[in-house]
Ligand binder design. Structure first.
Ligand SMILES: [Zn+2]
Length: 395
């Protein structure tokens, strides 16, 4: 497939690299030579302001992919095939699908001035996907599927690929491996005192019974999860919080605890294991590397996967630090506050971050692989949804 453009840019290269996996699986031939484009035998996309050939798909570009700066965009949504779209440019295609996909995938809006939520994170209420009501859709995947149909209709002799790139991966964050078991005595004593002061005697009794071994720890669901993983033939990833220092948001069992080490070892032998960087590591980056080292020593595996605790991350710093720490797969592309597709995509992809070169100029660097999150159990809980309704949302 050939794509004609008057201007080459790293932003365009990035989005073409993403799209090609769904279209032909092969690299685009990107050309600025009109004769080469006209003589090309195969599918043709013209990404320039004027029509060039009779048999082509003409996507008229807006300027986004050829700019070097990051600036507020004036976005007006409209409907195409029953779905939202934006960057209407008036070419042969209803909108600039490449620029619009780039805007969503790159998380462009998270580099602009925005509201933070109560945890200091980018608030989902800022996002176009939320305000325009398409957060529940992998809109970029839908757009590319539509483009593929248009290509197939126009070039029936050149079939596109049938790449099915979606996979379901269950993931578990082990923030606090047990509620009561395997904790140092003063944490249990302090917890019990707090429960007494709150008048929660039921919790005091549960704690005592768990410690005496008469009741199963409420967080000890590992064998049940094993059964599910086996029954449904799943390949889950377990993310372990391995902070040495406790804090308001870091309540993990100490990595020095032998039972915790056994748990990590058992899981990393059977499944993929990743780091769940502590909250504190967001403020003290040297902790990230030491937590990864701890997990690597215990699991005896190279740790390359990560999920941010509380989905706390900020562009581009968090990803720069993850890259520096040797992480190549990140599973945080979602919101901790609501379910949905943060980058409007349901398939994994190579992320990108911007590096500031001069005052307003940015260069693009490839980041880690992003594994989008769609559903988090914690985001279903506050709405007190019924089991049936949860099932419908997940589907
Ligand atoms: Zn967590």
């Amino acid at each position: 497939m050939i794509l004609f453009t008057n201007n080459k840019s790293s932003r365009l290269d990035y989005i073409l690299e993403f799209a090609r996996n769904f279209l032909t699986g092969k690299q685009f031939v990107v050309s600025s030579d009109v004769a080469e484009y006209r003589n090309y035998i195969g599918q043709k996309i013209n990404y320039s302001p004027e029509r060039i050939a009779d048999n082509e798909i003409w996507i008229k570009p807006c300027s986004l992919l050829f700019k070097k700066e990051i600036s507020e965009q004036n976005i007006e949504c409209f409907e195409v095939n029953g779905y939202k779209a934006f960057f209407k440019t008036g070419g042969g295609y209803p909108f600039d699908i490449f620029a619009a996909s780039f805007y969503l995938l790159s998380r462009y809006e998270e580099y602009l001035t925005h509201q933070k939520d109560e945890y200091g994170r980018y608030s989902h209420t800022n996002s176009l996907a939320y305000t325009e009501g398409f957060l529940n859709l992998p809109l970029v995947n839908i757009w590319i599927k539509d483009l593929k149909q248009v290509i197939n209709a126009q070039f029936p002799n050149f079939p596109t690929s049938n790449n099915q790139l979606f996979t379901f991966i269950p993931t578990y964050d082990i923030d606090e491996a047990w509620a009561y078991k395997n904790k140092v005595w003063w944490r249990n004593t302090g917890g019990a005192l707090r429960d007494v002061l709150k008048g929660d005697l039921k919790r005091v009794a549960t704690r005592l019974n768990v410690i005496r071994g008469k009741l199963q720890d409420p967080y000890d669901t590992y064998e049940w999860l094993d059964t599910l993983n086996e029954k449904y033939n799943l390949n889950p990833v377990y993310f372990f919080l391995a902070a040495n220092k406790k804090g308001k948001f870091d309540k993990n069992i100490s990595p020095a605890n032998f039972q915790w080490q056994k748990l990590v070892k058992r899981h990393s032998e059977k499944y993929a294991a990743g780091i769940h960087p502590s909250w504190r590591s967001g403020d003290e980056p040297e902790l990230l590397k030491s937590e990864i080292t701890i997990l690597e020593m215990i699991s005896e595996r190279k740790i390359v996967g990560s999920r941010q605790h509380y989905i706390r991350f900020a562009f581009p710093e968090t990803y720069r630090k993850l890259l520096e720490a040797g992480i190549t797969e990140d599973y945080s592309m979602g919101y901790g506050s609501i379910n949905g597709f943060r980058a409007s995509v349901a398939t994994h992809f190579i992320g990108m971050i911007w590096k500031r070169k001069k005052k307003h100029l940015y260069s693009l660097i490839l980041s880690v692989s992003w594994m989008p999150i769609h559903i988090m159990n914690i985001s279903l809980l506050p709405n007190k949804l019924t089991k049936n309704l949860c099932t419908i949302i997940i589907q």
